[in-house]
Design a protein around this ligand. Sequence first.
Ligand code: BES
Ligand code: MN
Ligand code: ZN
Length: 499
Amino acid sequence: MKINFANLALPQAGAAVAFVLDGNKLTASAAALDKATKGAVKRAIKASRFKGKKGQTVSLLAPSGSKLDRILLIGLGKAKDITDMALQRAGGAAYAGIANTGLTALSVLADGIDGAKLKPADIAANIAFGANLRAYRFDKYRTTEKADAKPSLKTFKVLSKETAAAKRSYSSLAKVADGVYLTRDLVSEPPNVIYPESLAKRAKELTKLGVKVQVLGEMQMKRLGMGALLGVGQGSVRESQMVVMEWNGLPKSAKEKPVAFVGKGVTFDTGGISLKPGAGMDDMKWDMGGSGVVIGLMKALAGRKAKANVVGVVGLVENMPDGNAQRPGDIVTSMSGQTIEILNTDAEGRLVLADALHYTIDRFDPKFVVNLATLTGAIIVALGTEHAGLFSNSDQLSERLSKAGEQVEEKVWRLPLGDAYDKMIKSNVADMQNIGGRNAGSITAAQFLKRFVGKTPWAHLDIAGVTWSKADAPTVPKGGTAFGVRLLDRLVTNHYEKG
Ligand code: BES
Ligand code: MN
Ligand code: ZN
């Protein structure tokens, strides 16, 4: 779908979307549409329960007196409460309301709104961003889909009084959407297509945007002593990989330490010898979700030329059972030198992250490191699909993440860490064991990671519950959500960009 901006004027064909405020206060364009249709807009409102509240919609088909095929009214609530997110949701609703109607063109009448905190240009840009986010579709493997089952909408026009400024404001949001699209593609691809080497290749494509990308293979990781990560991949015929991405948005002379993001990239998690049950195992194709977010985030930051130095590291493995697979009872030595008794080969993500985190801190000495991982089923029991779990050794970093999460509506909820939990992963034979027992499963997993980060400010986001969704949301169609890309992009914008 093409998204473009044009000057505000009543459209003469196709579909028009206009906004209404709380109490059915029509925006200027909604009033103009009412006039052009000889009062049909107001009648439609009267004939429904529409009150102009946030998220409400009402549509009119083939209104007489005008050549328009449809008018869609979207409520925005009270002018003073309108946020960038509310407009993104409205943009998503505009797209979804027309996408499958058979119409090919849509014009959104993005009036400036009296009493709103946002400038007309930003109103228009956020509507476009929301529509773009909602329009994502992973359909490359549908070869027999009929045309009338696909979205008909081809052009999404946002009409504004400040076209040039709207375009400018949208240009960096569009780059964030590009990152979100990449992440969604990567988690949606099947596990026979995305495996460690092919995923590394996709990351390598970021070179085009000015990202420095280095790929470590098994030989190099062996030399570095990454026994924890390599143990997970040893049952797979696919070679394990680690990808190191660097975006240097600041001049060398600034001598700024980078910020670092680390992702779990288990391209398929069978559980290994501690095999998972068959039902639903296909979900484990998105067990590389953390790495998908880091790769998409790097694309977003490089795409919009973020003024920050950022490192992204992803550990890529396939967790398979075979004659060479790791066994329960094995003891491995991580790059940090700490030894780990493997008691369950299905608790593999933490093993991958142990080496990826240590490597990242050892090599880059970052200001902080945030890791993302679909780490535990237990986090879904605790928080469902509403929040990602947040674990951290830094109150400041936690607060910054919580705030950014609220701003972009990718919410995180902090859970505790502590010595009593750390004791639960004590081993009888090695420095630690890779599971803590039935209780507090997400916390003991986080305690495990904490043993590999030393004093560096660190946060772990357990995204097992938020990486894949079963229902459409205004700006997130069902499927891969890319939860984390917008959150971390906002974290960088809020605190780590210069100028
Ligand atoms: N990838 C899974 C966690 C997961 C479960 C992600 C469901 C998304 C949806 C992880 O590797 C895993 O298997 N964790 C185990 C840990 C247990 C063996 C201590 C779990 O959560 O059951
Ligand atoms: Mn597992
Ligand atoms: Zn896993």
